[in-house]
Every structure is written in structure tokens, then in C-alpha cells.
Write a protein that binds this ligand. Sequence first.
Ligand code: SAJ
Length: 441
Amino acid sequence: MSPQELESKIEQRRAVIGVIGLGYVGLAVACAFAEAGFRVAGLDIKADRVATINAGRCPIEGDEPGLSSLLARVVASGHLRATTEYAVLSDADVALIAVETPVDEHHRPQYAALRAAVARLGQHLRPGMLVIVESTLAPRTMLDVVAPLLESASGLSVTREVHLVHCPERVMPGRLLANLRNVSRVVGGMTPVAARLAVSLYRHIVQAELDVTDCLTAELVKTAENAYRDVQIAFANEVALLCEAVGADVHRVRTLVNKSPGRHMLMPGAGVGGHCLPKDPWLLIATAGDGFQPRLIPAARHLNDAMPLHVVDLVVAALGEAGRDIAGAKIGILGYTYLENSDDTRNSPSAVTVARLRELGAEVVVHDPWVPDYQGHLLERVAGCDAAVIMVAHQAYRRLDLQALRDTLRTPILIDGRGIFDATQVRAAGFMYRGIGQGAR
Ligand code: SAJ
């Protein structure tokens, strides 16, 4: 199939698209292309996930506006079918890879899923196909891992016989379809023709800009945009720790800093969780090699990862002032998701705080209105606790009845990990109050 033939198949929506990996990224993009009128074969190794999708049900938990109804529609219309069989790719004109690319405990990229997907795709690759990798990749992964593996598995050249592109996803839990449609995308082509074909494809589902570049630049943009945010948050956290040390209120400082032109200091907090920020900075610097030793980006990661433990320090100090030891104390953790008003618990900072408190001998109860295991009546859950610790800025916690909370605790300590309370008001309600970045007593 020539590029011209593929381009006209794409233009006329006759191109058959295979999407490998039906997680929150792959499933959303599979549904979007199906909605645009393409025939889409979704591929996943999890047979139960495949069965759920073919039954027209969405396997993604949480509140994803429009996704469940869209999935039901495109499955009913026959535009989307899921399978575990890679053989369906033999009929595909486009193959899109959206599998996980985690890092291990040493922060090194784990490409087992990516390698498996590329190798199995290679066995069904035909000349003229367009292959797009949406997974987030360390710089040079397309050149050093994906391209060689695809060529050896297929016997085809990724510069002359097939078209290879890296188009990193920019979705966000809770806004999967909205981001997919409205956020600009970087289209990194192994060749200009590949990039042009990918642009003609994405034009069917993306209303925002499609910025054409090369694969390496696309890898750097995605990982750098998240490392950038992680460093910004780490800066806010370091200023918060400084404010505690010198007896100031970081929220007042931040408000006034942000009145200075061009300043946008982010919020200090109890930690940085989720599927992007804890991982992408490590991917960004993973292939730096000996010629370059990153300092700022790892330091920011370590600083942010220390914040859930800093919350424990605040709890221990407050208990000490109240004459209680952490061992044998009962601590109520409010919030277990990684983000406010979300049900997503991936890389939850609260998990780190809870583990450490238990290591120190505390009994810990967890409440979170968005997590089935931790739902329930808040005041009942934290009754008899020696401290209530705000780990997530859920709307439900902003409306807390402080007097009722004070009456149900055994020791009236409130630790504010997300700056959602006014220290003066909390103290007026009879609490001992400690907040991240709030050194003023
Ligand atoms: N956080 C802070 N302080 C802040 C902002 C966030 O401590 O000022 C914490 C949050 O509590 C959370 C973590 O950082 O634990 C991540 O929060 P996030 O708002 O960055 O949300 P994410 O992880 O879903 O980030 C996504 C990313 N989007 C993609 O990867 C496509 C990120 O690039 C976006 O910048 C971010 O959404 C966004 O702007 O909403």
C-alpha cells in the first residue's frame, strides 16, 4: 500500500485501525476513532477486559464523562470490537500502541509490555502500514528500542517500508475524552511522510493543533512537560518547608509571590501521586548516560516523595505537644486518592503516610468518599482518633463541620496536608493545628 493509498483510506475513514492496549489511554482513543467512523480492533491481553468491552461496558473505573455511553454506541454499531488475538492486525492499515511504560524501584524504564506489543505487532506488519506509539517513552526509545525491534520482528524497514510515529498521549483521568479532543498533540515521525499520515489520521479526532516534529523531540516534550510540573511542585514544597522553619505561612507567601508578573507558584502539599508525575521525570533522564548527570529533576522527585513522610513528622510533633506518643495513637487519614475529587489511587501519597504511621506503631483508619474501601460516615470513621490528617483536598473535606470533628476526636489535632483550612479558624474551634508550610503558631 502506497502512502497515497493509505492517505486516501484515512481521508475516507476506510482505514482499519488496531489499538494495542485498552487502558485509559488506548480505550479512549479506540472509542474516538470508532466514533469518527473508522473500524477499530482493540487488542488487550486481559480476556476479561476484552469481554467487558465487547459487552458494551466500560472497564475504566471512575467518572469519565461520555466514555461509557460512547463505548456502548461504537460497540453496538460494530465500529469497535475488542480481542486478545493479534492476528486481527493482519487486516489493519494502522496500528496504535498504548501500553504501560512504568519505571522500576531504581527508576529505570520497564519496557516489557512495550517490547511484547511491538514484537507481536511485527509478526503481522505489512508494507505500507502506519504504526503509532502513544505510550510515554524515555528519549531515544523509538530509535533504540521500538524501531530495531519492529524491523527485526517484521523484516520491514521503518524508514522505507512502514511508517513509524510517536504521538504521546496527553489525557488526564476524569477528562479522557475532553483532553483527547481539545489538547494539542506532538506528532513525532520517523520520516516526514509518516508524520503527515499521522496528522491526517488524528485530524479526525483532535480539534487542537497537531505539531509535527521528529520522534526524539516528541519523546522529550512529553516527559519534559511533566518533569516541568514536578519541579514546579517541588519548588512550592521546598518554600513550604522553609516557611515552617522560619515561622511563616506559605499560602500567604504564595499568594503574594503570584501577584508578581510571570510568577505561578504551585501548591505545596502532602505529596505527588498519579500515573504521570512520579514516572515521567525518571523517563526523561533515563537515557542521559554518562555524558550528562541530571541534578534538578532527581532532586525534585526526591523532595516530592518526601512530603508524605513530612506529614508523619507533623503528626508526631503535634502528638508530642499533646503529651501523646505515636505508638498506640489512633490516626485518621482523610483522603486516599492521588488527586482531589477523583477516585484514582495510583501512586497515592497517602499509602506512604499510612505505611510509615503503622511502622511507628500507630493505629490508622482511612476515609475517602471516592474510594469504595474507605467510604462511610467520616465522623464515625475517625471517632476516637488522636489526629485527623487531610491528605487530599476533596470538596467533602472543605465543608467539614470542625466542631463536630473536634467532639468526635480523642485528641483535637488537625494536620492539614493540602492547605484547605484557615489555621486561625481551626484553632478557634479548639484544635491543635499543623499545616504543611505553616510555621506560624
Ligand atoms: N499536586 C501538588 N501541587 C500542585 C499540583 C499538583 O501537590 O500544585 C499534586 C497532586 O495532588 C497530585 C499530583 O501532584 O498528587 C499530580 O497532580 P496533577 O494536577 O499534575 O495531575 P496529573 O498527575 O493527572 O497530571 C496530568 C498531566 N497530564 C498529562 O500527563 C497528559 C499533567 O501533564 C498535567 O499538567 C496535569 O494533568 C494538569 O495540568 O492537570
